[in-house]
Design a protein around this ligand. Sequence first.
Ligand SMILES: CC(C)(COP(=O)(O)OP(=O)(O)OC[C@H]1O[C@@H](n2cnc3c(N)ncnc32)[C@H](O)[C@@H]1OP(=O)(O)O)[C@@H](O)C(=O)NCCC(=O)NCCS
Length: 136
Amino acid sequence: MLRGDDPATSVVDARDDDESALHVAGLLGDRLVVTSSYYPSTSPVHPERVSYQLRYMATDFDVQGRGYGARVASVAEAMLRERGVEEIWANGRDTALGFYLATGWATIPGSEHLSAETRLPHTMIYKSLLDDAVRS
Ligand SMILES: CC(C)(COP(=O)(O)OP(=O)(O)OC[C@H]1O[C@@H](n2cnc3c(N)ncnc32)[C@H](O)[C@@H]1OP(=O)(O)O)[C@@H](O)C(=O)NCCC(=O)NCCS
């Protein structure tokens, strides 16, 4: 899904087995249809906040647009809040920005770039996990 449906490519992160990493998947029966991984990483917007980076967010081709991605993200964010995480950020694919904007993320102006890994256009995005009263 994330690498042009090419089974020869792999989507592995050196931090995957770290205890601090969080992987949240969505299952339809025993079929994995949504992936998402979060790793501790300094936020480019609020470096003073406890932050994680989201990577490898994907919903399988045939079940996109059914709310599964948003549901998995919501569960993951609740788990991150429980860990004391205050902000999440990501390099969002421009083709997926609609999803992120619909689920409470904001873009970082001027952060548009081509990904070194995929050469696809990306924009940096972030989302506060703090209560409305303390976010800025
Ligand atoms: C982006 C992606 C993860 C979204 O997952 P999904 O399960 O299809 O999304 P959902 O059905 O939960 O959508 C939630 C909301 O986002 C909107 N949305 C989803 N994808 C969108 C898109 N590409 N453009 C605009 N809006 C989008 C939906 O309309 C929905 O809005 P609503 O709540 O107002 O109805 C999925 O399309 C995907 O895997 N894309 C290819 C891989 C990719 O680009 N991953 C992101 C890498 S940064």
